[in-house]
Design a protein around this ligand. Sequence first.
Ligand code: NDP
Length: 298
Amino acid sequence: MTVAAVIDGKEFANRLRARIAGAVPAFVKAAGRKPGLAVVLVGDDPASAVYVGSKGKATVAAGMASFEYRLPADASQDAVESLLQRLNNDGAVDGILLQLPLPTHLDEQSAVGMIDADKDVDGLTPVSTGRLALGIAGLVPCTPLGSLMLLQDQLGDLSGKEAVVIGRSILVGKPMAQLLLGANSTVTLAHSRTRDLAAVVRRADIVVAAVGRPEMVKGDWLKPGAVVIDVGINRLAPAGSEAKGRLVGDVDYHDALPYAQAITPVPGGVGPMTIACLLRNTLVAAHRRAGLSDPEGI
Ligand code: NDP
């Protein structure tokens, strides 16, 4: 029995981060300033605060400038949008990331839509989404971009591959499908209304699971030799306990091992690629804003 290779996203992300850090000094020399990433956090959600903190640290570790803005949980729509407008006009800021979700009284879509698409390192504005659909150079959401990099590293050319993406969110599923289409795969985008999901998944050479349901995809759903990217991050809480349970993906990892050719683990697969791609997008945005060509090999 063959067992799937483990796709080490942590190792890949570390190498990508090292290449990014290696490319920063040339930018500083050419542009006379560091690439800059501004992260905006509204409210005091502890998980969001942790994410913002680790993004800031990673930015500084790559040799870039990190700007952090915190607004109170009761901040008005106007306050959020005028801060974003100020950052749009700030020459030292190449990337703007509005940490989501926003407190419920705020209109998320309107706020995200304020961000200058050329600084939209999360790739979530309507302009970025449109550019991706049109195949125009733009900034692409980090998690699907990182997933595509892992797939290309594993398989090389993705032309003609049957790809099934499970989940159609704006953040992951839809941009993932667009990226695979752009790489000339034949793409099926599955969701909660898909009939006989197991049969759909069984057609795929490439499976990307972005659902948010612990261990939903079973081994015998997979075509033997499929490459599996598990985007899901789910915490299994032990029944009746307050203790934090272990993290699992949307794919039943151990069940999938005898079927897949290669698979990302959770944690240590797609997760580390997300921050690495945020740094990559910031560096790319900085180059384009400075009128330089995109950095090579990043
Ligand atoms: P959403 O909740 O926005 O979307 C989930 C998608 O899954 C929806 O399109 C939904 O379909 C679909 N879905 C739900 N149930 C089923 C089902 N039974 N069968 C088929 N499809 C189903 O989630 P996200 O895209 O934001 O995130 C998905 C997962 O990825 C989560 O676990 C999240 O934590 C993780 N994630 C990980 C990241 C990382 O850095 N590794 C970054 C972002 C997310 P429908 O549209 O019909 O409702």
